[in-house]
Ligand binder design. Structure first.
Ligand SMILES: Cc1ncc(CO)c(N)n1
Length: 232
């Protein structure tokens, strides 16, 4: 079994929880309050910047030509699908530079970002790529399934319709499939540099963080009022 197949199997439940999440259902039927979407985008700005920073760290340290080639085209894809798209949505939602500067990272954003940097700093580029893969792969799966159901077309928010169609787009799909193949190749060819259990953990942890990411702005998370158990 390829690593990607194993990782996908291991995270089925977490991914299903993301697919069923009220935030995702709200994007599909158009009922997600724009304020929640705005808050999500402001957090995602931190996330995407750090995602690109890890690509840069890998590119400036690796001597693996296949990684260099795929990450360079990956950066272009992220610029198209995440950065440019977000800038357009920011304009439509009147999100200003001031709003961006005034935003603080919420706990899940912080933890997810630390997890990805940790995978690179404590292990290596292959472990980092495992931590980075659920991000585009989960989005592709969520929004491809939405596209196929077509229910989202009845929603009244054009922003959500565009958002779904962008992440289900065939070029984004090509990028994701390349990243999956890249990781599987690395696992097969550089197996002596990999700690298999940790590699799988990196993927599972990111899948859990993806689920928390939807939840974060709905709760909303606050550092000052950290959620605690209500009872035994
Ligand atoms: C948190 C998160 N996961 C995945 C993506 C998709 O690239 C994104 N923009 N943000």
């Amino acid at each position: 079994m390829k690593f990607s197949e194993l990782a996908h199997e291991e995270t089925k439940e977490l991914w299903q929880s993301s697919k069923n999440h009220p935030f995702i259902k709200g994007i599909e039927n158009g009922t997600l309050p724009l304020s929640a979407f705005k808050a999500y985008l402001l957090q995602d700005n931190f996330y995407v910047q750090n995602y690109l920073a890890i690509y840069d760290k890998i590119l400036s340290t690796t001597d693996d030509n296949k990684i260099i080639q795929e990450l360079q085209s990956g950066i272009l894809a992220i610029n198209d699908y995440d950065v440019t798209q977000q800038k357009n949505i920011y304009k439509q939602l009147n999100i200003t530079e001031k709003n961006i500067h005034e935003t603080h990272m919420l706990p899940t954003t912080y933890h997810y970002i630390c997890h990805m940097h940790h995978a690179f700093n404590e292990y290596n580029e292959i472990h980092a790529l495992s931590a980075l893969l659920p991000c585009p792969w989960l989005y592709l799966e969520i929004f491809e399934e939405m596209l196929a159901r077509k229910n989202y077309l009845q929603g009244s928010e054009q922003i959500y319709i565009d958002f779904i169609e962008s992440y289900a787009d065939s070029n984004f799909q090509k990028y994701v499939h390349k990243m999956i193949a890249l990781l599987d190749d690395l696992v097969a060819n550089r197996f002596n540099e990999i700690q298999s259990d940790i590699l799988l953990q990196q993927f599972v942890y990111s899948s859990a963080e993806e689920l928390r990411f939807w939840q974060m702005t709905l709760l909303p998370e606050q550092w000052e009022k950290y959620s605690i158990a209500q009872s035994f």
